[in-house]
Each structure stands twice: as structure tokens, then as C-alpha cells.
Design a protein around this ligand. Structure first.
Ligand SMILES: NC(=O)c1ccc[n+]([C@@H]2O[C@H](COP(=O)([O-])OP(=O)(O)OC[C@H]3O[C@@H](n4cnc5c(N)ncnc54)[C@H](O)[C@@H]3O)[C@@H](O)[C@H]2O)c1
Length: 318
């Protein structure tokens, strides 16, 4: 029988760099009172649970332990970070076959327990794997989401904030499309406190718009490659992004976040999972937000969608 989701409980499947950094961020957030860590490498899950639990006297009380899928069945959110990560030079799409195989061993375990919470996919390629999780689980579309371009958007705001000498929280700008090489910087709506980004650039003494826009968008897109070349994996930025998505769900905050979600017609997108702005609350995706796009952005968005469809059509999900 389905267990009702417990709003104070989270589970993390995959306790490598990303899973453990996420567990650490969530422990400090005090959003949850119970956290289950699951990994095929049980020692790894147990070690992470112990290590993170030892910080508890400096945060709030929490029951954190290594467990299995029965323990996760009533979690409000199950976060999936299991799977291979990018090696230097590899794209996210290169991981797809390895990680689909891993998802085939994870998602049915969750679905067969008639899971009632939110499934939050983080493993890459995240838009594809969110679609795969949706198909393998048979869960409703609103409750299967991916971390999408929440991280890329944070990188975009950070880099723009540095460029403009302004708090990145006052930068309103978004990366949409694929969390990957076909992602799109939505410059046409980018603004700083309501001032169009190019006007704000001029106020700060920057006039080389085309060159700066191209460089900043490339820097955002290549952030992961640069970090992986230098330290083998990226995990702190994604951990903070996942914490933000968990806050939105658990507190029913309803922010607009560019999470991976199944498209239902906004901008003419159908039958594809892409990272697009949506209101996120206790039921997952509540509303897909039709933010305006320029013709060029729209064309690139459809190209990104086509890339996703091609990858999906090459997968064996039986
Ligand atoms: N979405 C994003 O923005 C983003 C950012 C960074 C990394 N990632 C992705 O997150 C994933 C994890 O990256 P990482 O650096 O933590 O890798 P990692 O190799 O450090 O950890 C992966 C973990 O998954 C576990 N695992 C493998 N198969 C499993 C299974 N069937 N069941 C349970 N656990 C299993 C492994 O034992 C390991 O502990 C990768 O796919 C990576 O590309 C996504």
C-alpha cells in the first residue's frame, strides 16, 4: 500500500561527490528531520551518514542513516544522483547509456513502492534522465523533475554579478533548454533590478555587448568542463541548487525555477523534457511559465529540443 509522503523526510540515491555534498547541504538547511542515504556501495552510504551526522551538534537534530528503498518509500523527495559522472573531455550526453542502465535498476524500485512524493533527478544528462525516470516510473509528470539549468542559471547570475559589480541575487537572468552543450542564455529578458542588462552594462562602463555576451554564455556553458579538468568533479554548486529546489517543494514556496520538466505546449514544445521555467511547489511542477523569448532564442530552444528527442529515440527503455 502507498505510504503518505512525510514532508520532513528526504532520501538520496547515490552518495558520491554530488550525493554527499547534497546531503551535507541539506543537513545544514534543517529542512528535514530524517535523511536516508542509499548507494550500491553500502559502506560509502554508511560512511557518509556517519561523517555528516557528526556535524549535527552544530545544526539541528536529524535522523541520518544508510538505508534501502523501503526506507525511502515515504520520503517527500527522493533525489537521484547515482551514476557515472563526466570524465575530462566527456560531454553529459556521452553518459547516457551507462546511466540509463543504472536508472533501470533504481527507478522501478521506487515505482513499485507506489511512491507518492517528488522524484528529483540530478544525474546527467539530467533532462534525458528525467524523461527516462518519468517513463520508467509511470508517475505523474508534475512529480518527476530534474535539477535542470538551476545550476547553470546560478553560474550565469554569478558571472554576470562579477562582471557588473552587483549582487548576483539582483541579476534576473536564466539559462534554459538542455542542461548541456545546447543550452541557451536567455539574454532578451535578462535584467538587473528591472534595468535591461545591456543598459546596466553601460551604467557600469561596459559597451562591448556582443563580445561580452558571447564570452559570458561560453563561460557558463564551459564551467563544468573547467571544474572537471581541475578537480575531477563538480558538486558544491549543484548541492546548493538541489537544496534550493527542496526548499521550494517542502515549504511550498512557488518560486519560478528552470527545472527539467515534461513540456506541454509552451513555446510550441511537446513530448520532450527540457529545463524550462516553472512554478515549483509542494506538488512539484505547478505551472509552466511562458517567459518571452527572442526569435533567435526560440529557434535555438527548438534545436535543443530536437537534440533531446534524438537521444531519447535511441534509448531502449524496455
Ligand atoms: N545536474 C547537474 O547539474 C549535475 C552536476 C554535477 C554532477 N551531476 C551528475 O551527478 C551524477 C553523480 O556524479 P558524482 O560526481 O557524484 O559521481 P560519483 O561517481 O562520485 O558518485 C556516483 C555514486 O552513484 C553510486 N551508484 C552507482 N550505481 C548505483 C545504483 N544502481 N544504485 C545506487 N547508487 C549507485 C556509486 O556507487 C557512487 O557512489 C553524474 O551523473 C554527474 O554527471 C549532475
Amino acid at each position: 500500500m502507498a505510504k503518505t509522503a512525510n514532508n520532513r523526510k528526504v532520501a538520496i540515491v547515490g552518495c558520491g561527490f554530488v550525493g554527499s555534498a547534497t546531503a551535507f547541504a541539506l543537513m545544514q538547511s534543517e529542512l528535514f528531520t530524517e535523511m536516508v542515504l542509499i548507494d550500491v556501495d553500502r559502506d560509502r552510504a554508511e560512511g557518509e551518514a556517519l561523517d555528516i551526522a557528526h556535524g549535527m551538534p552544530f545544526a539541528g537534530p536529524m535522523n541520518i542513516y544508510a538505508g534501502d528503498y523501503d526506507d525511502a518509500a515515504d520520503a517527500a523527495i527522493i533525489i537521484v544522483t547515482a551514476g557515472a559522472n563526466q570524465q575530462p573531455g566527456e560531454t553529459r550526453l556521452d553518459l547516457v547509456h551507462k546511466n540509463v542502465r543504472i536508472f533501470k535498476s533504481i527507478i522501478p524500485e521506487i515505482a513499485q513502492r507506489d511512491y507518492q512524493g517528488i522524484l528529483l533527478v540530478v544525474s546527467n544528462p539530467v533532462d534525458i534522465l528525467t524523461h527516462v525516470a518519468l517513463k520508467l516510473s509511470g508517475m505523474p509528470e508534475n512529480r518527476v523533475i530534474g535539477s535542470g539549468t538551476v545550476l547553470d542559471t546560478a553560474r550565469f547570475k554569478y558571472i554576470l554579478g562579477e562582471h557588473l559589480g552587483v549582487d548576483p541575487r539582483n541579476v534576473h537572468a536564466r539559462i534554459i533548454g538542455e542542461h548541456g552543450d545546447s543550452e541557451i542564455a536567455a539574454w532578451s529578458t535578462a535584467n538587473v533590478s528591472g534595468i535591461p542588462v545591456n543598459d546596466f552594462c553601460e551604467l557600469r562602463g561596459h559597451f562591448d555587448h556582443d563580445e561580452s555576451m558571447q564570452r559570458i554564455a561560453e563561460d557558463v556553458k564551459n564551467s563544468a568542463y573547467e571544474i572537471i579538468a581541475k578537480k575531477k568533479a563538480t558538486y558544491y554548486g549543484i548541492a546548493m541548487s538541489v537544496k534550493r529546489i527542496c526548499e521550494a517543494i517542502v515549504r511550498d514556496e512557488k518560486p519560478i525555477l528552470p527545472v527539467s520538466n515534461f513540456q506541454r505546449g509552451v513555446h510550441g514544445l511537446h513530448d520532450v523534457v527540457l529545463s524550462m521555467p516553472a512554478v515549483v511547489g509542494k506538488d512539484g511542477i505547478e505551472y509552466q511559465v511562458p517567459t518571452p523569448l527572442s526569435d533567435d532564442e526560440l529557434a535555438r530552444l527548438h534545436a535543443s529540443a530536437e537534440t533531446m528527442r534524438e537521444v531519447m529515440s535511441g534509448l531502449d527503455l524496455e
